[in-house]
Ligand binder design. Structure first.
Ligand code: ADP
Ligand code: MG
Length: 169
């Protein structure tokens, strides 16, 4: 691992990153998953759900906006890929609801300015696009996963993140 980024080579490895992150999450935490359609945000959310003890299969909330899952810790899973959904998200009143759930938001290329500043940001990118499309071989399944703690409370948890991410892929 270099810094807080890992390369995954399959959806299962990305779910593994989600499980690792999920192991340090607690109620009140907000995780922002950024990346293009098909980058692997929902796969990562599935891994987080596993770690939170969610038994029900996690499905993409693209058409429902938000879905709540019971687990050892409750998980609120939100998808605001479409820009016109950003206002709907704000209307949900995340701040009131966020205290007793882990909130996982899949986010496209819309500005995250309206979200609480204190959050764990996870960006997923197809590796071929990172390498200027010059990468050879069958790395269609490779993703660069960059993890950025935002805000003082999350920054203080850097060591936790390092510990759970170390050596997982
Ligand atoms: P998003 O939620 O970002 O739109 P999904 O998680 O729904 O993306 O879909 C990602 C797709 O890419 C899945 O079909 C998955 O099997 C595939 N895939 C291939 N390699 C990876 C990888 N390394 N990580 C995550 N998904 C991958
Ligand atoms: Mg998705």
């Amino acid at each position: 691992m270099s810094g807080l980024s890992v390369v995954t080579r399959s959806a299962e490895e990305t779910r593994g990153v989600g499980r690792a992150l999920g192991s340090v999450l607690a109620t009140g935490d907000l995780v922002l998953l950024a990346g293009d359609l098909g980058a692997g945000k929902t796969q990562l959310a599935k891994g987080i759900a596993d770690a939170l003890g969610v038994a029900e299969p996690v499905v993409s909330p693209t058409f429902t906006l938000a879905r709540e899952y019971a687990g050892r810790v409750r998980m609120l899973h939100v998808d605001v890929y479409r820009l016109d959904r950003a206002q709907e998200l704000l209307d949900l009143g995340l701040e009131e609801e966020g205290d007793d759930v882990v909130t996982v938001i899949e986010w496209g290329d819309v500005a995250a300015a309206h979200l609480p500043h204190e959050r764990l940001e996870v960006r997923l990118e197809r590796l071929a696009s990172v390498h200027d499309a010059r990468a050879e071989g069958d790395d269609d399944d490779h993703r660069l996963v960059t993890i950025t703690p935002r805000g003082p409370a999350w920054s203080a948890r850097d060591a936790d993140l390092d510990r759970v991410l170390h050596g997982i892929v």
